[in-house]
Design a protein around this ligand. Structure first.
Ligand code: HSE
Length: 368
């Protein structure tokens, strides 16, 4: 059995990864070793409190180099600090990472095996040792639209995202809920009077957003009751880094011979852990909606088509319905009035599962 070291396994993505691995009984096939950046040498309960183990030091190269495979969900700072250190001493193990820092390196593959399994297998054969999960919106988009990408049907694609608070990290997610709580507590009385005045309540809430003690240490502004059309750092071409990643990572994952043009706006909304995306696609040719649905369904087992009907759309094509599942519902499929080659699609996916942990777990399975 391979020695597999886990770093950042108690964080949000790490915990989702561990839960999935327990669910699929993956731990039976590896020697798991748990590292910590802060509580090493201490004994801790791990794996759903089933056993107690001494944690190893995540900054100790001597302990890390004993691993055949390292999986890091610790974040970019850790990766930047330790990855080159361990490679520089000649460590030949596999490094699987959730963070973005190594993604675009030439000796790194971005992994999403339902889409690029062949490339992954070839890379392993060629001796590539570093495999990184893609940006969440990219992975979720590729699973939703895999059938169109892999049949080379996309001329260009424009996307608007509706990204959950979880994508920003656990502290942000908590803050979004604290914002909800703050608002509710402040208007509790007004809500339950006999004749609530909605405009008075609205004015009060709008004032609350600007109160000094409104919780916004992380986001800097209100997300609850509002939205933030900006994710990640600015680039000098007017895009945000999140927006830049969509085209760059997609083409890298697909190993595109000719670049597929993709651009859009990434928006943070007050949902918990599911990213939604609205796509406008210019197809290379006019194909029927039925044909498109078949291609999407054939591409992978997680896509489901939600008929373009009111009730089914409201119930099924929603973050609430998808949270905690691997399902990728795709709906609102229709040709736009712009012309027969213009297609509109909406999709939803769990940002912590397919958007982060699941591609790493499946990469590990390909190596053990
Ligand atoms: N960058 C994503 C977000 C996180 O902010 O939602 C997943 O890669």
């Amino acid at each position: 059995k391979k020695n597999v070291g886990f770093i950042g396994w108690r964080g949000m993505v790490g915990s989702v990864l561990i839960d999935r691995m327990l669910e699929e009984k993956d731990f039976q096939n590896i020697n798991s070793v748990f590292f910590s950046t802060s509580q090493f040498e201490e004994y801790h309960y791990i794996l759903n409190n089933q056993q107690k183990e001494r944690l190893r030091n995540a900054y100790d190269i001597e302990q890390l180099k004993e691993m055949d495979i390292i999986i890091s969900c610790q974040g970019s700072d850790y990766t930047e600090k330790m990855y080159f250190k361990i490679r520089n001493i000649g460590w030949q193990g596999y490094w699987i990472d959730a963070a973005s820092s190594l993604r675009m390196n030439t000796d790194t593959l971005i992994v999403l095996d339902p889409i690029n399994k062949q490339n992954i297998i070839q890379a392993i054969d060629k001796g590539i040792k570093t495999f990184v999960g893609g940006n969440c919106t990219v992975s979720l988009m590729l699973l939703a639209l895999g059938g169109l990408f892999q049949n080379n049907l996309i001329d260009w694609l424009n996307v608007s995202t509706y990204q959950a608070a979880s994508g920003a990290g656990s502290a942000y997610m908590l803050e979004m809920i604290q914002q909800m709580n703050f608002i509710c507590q402040s208007i509790q009385k007004d809500l339950f009077t006999k004749t609530p005045s909605i405009l008075d309540i609205e004015k009060k809430i709008t004032r609350i957003f600007n109160e000094k003690n409104f919780p916004k240490k992380n986001f800097g502004v209100a997300l609850t009751g509002s939205l933030i059309p900006w994710i990640d750092a600015p680039l000098n071409n007017q895009q945000t880094r999140e927006e830049w990643k969509i085209e760059a990572e997609t083409n890298k994952i697909l190993n595109s011979k000719k670049n597929i043009n993709i651009d859009g706006i990434c928006v943070r909304v007050a949902t918990l852990r599911c990213h939604s995306q609205s796509f406008t696609i210019k197809l290379k040719k006019d194909i029927s909606i039925r044909n498109i649905e078949e291609l999407l369904l054939e591409n992978n087992q997680w896509v489901t088509i939600i008929p373009n009907e009111e009730q089914l759309t409201k119930v099924k094509l929603s973050p609430v319905n998808v949270s905690g599942t691997l399902s990728i519902p795709v709906g609102r499929l229709r040709k736009l009035n712009l012309g027969k080659k213009y297609l509109s699609i909406f999709s939803v996916g769990d940002q912590l599962l397919w958007g982060a942990a699941e591609p790493l777990r499946r990469m590990l399975l390909l190596l053990i």
